[in-house]
Design a protein around this ligand. Structure first.
Ligand SMILES: Cc1cc2nc3c(=O)[nH]c(=O)nc-3n(C[C@H](O)[C@H](O)[C@H](O)COP(=O)(O)OP(=O)(O)OC[C@H]3O[C@@H](n4cnc5c(N)ncnc54)[C@H](O)[C@@H]3O)c2cc1C
Length: 410
């Protein structure tokens, strides 16, 4: 049975209830759409109420609304930056926080499965870099984090905002001074069924399953523009041979997902798409960079938006900043281009019909033919022709202005 009277839109799938249950009466099970929900084994449940107490949907941890420090920029090490999704701010924060006796939690992918894990050596950080567009399985991470805090270790926990809220509910006030929470800006998680259909398609076409997916590949190739904001996708097959890359406008995954056809139901009722945040630090893409701070666009490797929500977050990020190129931004400017910090996505009225197709025998190609939108000529012109010219014009203009300013103060 799904956690008593709860409706699906009221469950973020954060796992906190399953982990707090002393009787192991709750397990997380996939529904037909591929999203995980808590299921109670009535024979083990003793009605202690712990699962309800820890649920962040019912008891939202404190949100930090005021006195933010907002930064835009990218990691000074080009390798780190290209290995990251946005501008590599996550790596800079990890470096600043983790001196000794530390543990870092994050999401990693093994094949198509995304789950949370931890590392005790920063050299292994590559496991957590890059956004995996699937809700990660928290597993025993909250319990592990609490154990490490009780042992006196410094814990950096990263994840989506609902996962951070689940963690904060779970650990309560235990050794909070040693805990740094880092969330990614999130506008929802897509159904894993879609990527499984993609895998079936790949296997049929190439005879090999998918080994890994880089959803935000920034390398250049025949099919990819090699730009962070063009969101190329690189798929590596099990035989390590076939690699396919497409810019975002031609990739049906982005079209279907960003049309809000296949997000988890709770994402349409998300309580975290506000300026008040529960995490110490919020990380995202510096969308709008070419419009309001083009000097931070750099050479296509990506740019990060960093919002420090607490004093602890600010203190750590001040240290992290030595590894970043960039500067302070106005929160209002950043907000204009960050929908998920202002409003919740709306459920597409055709979601149920789309999900029915996804759950049926319809294959990947048929689904995309029916549901994915092709880019219009106007869009392609804007992105590949006009957009570039406009960007180059804006960079040059800003650079000239900045140079003049620097010379004036020299
Ligand atoms: C599902 C999802 C949706 C997102 N939506 C937006 C958005 O709408 N707007 C925006 O500006 N940014 C969004 N982001 C955040 C953005 O893509 C980058 O993750 C973020 O800017 C950090 O990039 P980075 O270069 O600093 O570091 P990276 O090294 O790329 O950081 C990786 C970080 O992301 C975490 N992470 C990766 N995959 C997952 C996952 N599946 N679940 C939980 N945590 C994960 C890792 O634990 C690590 O903390 C989203 C990320 C995810 C995972």
């Amino acid at each position: 049975m799904f956690l008593e009277t709860k409706d699906k839109p009221e469950c973020f799938g954060c796992d906190a209830c399953a982990q707090i249950c002393a009787k192991q009466a709750i397990s997380m099970k996939e529904d037909a759409e591929g999203f995980r929900y808590p299921v109670i084994d009535e024979s083990l449940c003793i009605n202690c109420g712990m699962c309800k107490n820890v649920c962040p949907f019912e008891h939202m941890p404190e949100k930090h609304e005021k006195d933010k420090y907002v930064f835009g920029g990218y990691h000074l090490n080009p390798e780190t930056r290209f290995e990251s999704t946005s501008g590599g701010a996550f790596s800079a924060v990890v470096d600043a926080f983790c001196d000794e006796n530390y543990v870092v939690f994050g999401a990693e992918a093994k094949g198509l499965v995304v789950s949370h894990g931890y590392i005790t050596d920063k050299c292994d950080l590559g496991r957590f870099r890059k956004s995996k567009y699937s809700q990660s399985v928290i597993g025993s991470s909250y319990k592990d984090a609490r154990k490490f805090l009780l042992e006196g270790k410094k814990v950096l926990f990263s994840g989506t905002p609902c996962q951070i809220a689940g963690l904060l509910s779970f650990v309560g006030n235990i050794k909070r001074e040693n805990l740094l929470t880092v969330e990614v800006i999130c506008e929802g998680v897509p159904s894993p069924l879609y990527v499984r259909k993609l895998d079936q398609h790949i296997q049929k076409k190439y005879g090999e399953p998918i080994e890994s997916i880089d959803y935000r590949f920034t390398g250049k190739s025949f099919l990819s523009h090699g730009k962070w904001d063009f969101e190329g996708m690189k798929i590596i097959l099990a035989n390590n041979k076939k690699v396919m890359i497409k810019d975002r406008w031609f990739n049906p995954f982005w079209s279907v997902w960003l049309n809000h056809l296949m997000s988890r139901l709770s994402c349409y009722h998300c309580k975290f798409t506000t300026t008040g945040r529960t995490a110490d630090i919020t990380l995202g893409d510096l969308w709008g960079v070419h419009l309001y701070c083009p000097e931070l666009y750099g050479n296509n490797g990506g740019s990060s938006l960093v919002v420090c929500n607490t004093e602890k977050g600010k203190r750590i990020f001040q240290k992290a900043q030595i590894n970043m190129f960039g500067h302070e931004l106005k929160f209002e400017d950043a907000l204009k281009y960050q929908g998920p910090m202002r409003k919740t996505i709306s459920e597409n009225s055709e979601r149920a019909a789309f999900m029915a197709d996804l759950e049926s025998n319809m294959d990947y190609q048929a689904i995309n033919k029916k549901w994915a939108k092709k880019p219009t000529i106007k869009l392609l012109f804007q992105k590949y022709v006009w957009g570039n010219r406009q960007k180059i014009f804006m960079w040059n203009l800003k650079r000239k202005i900045m140079k003049k300013e620097v010379n004036k103060h020299a």
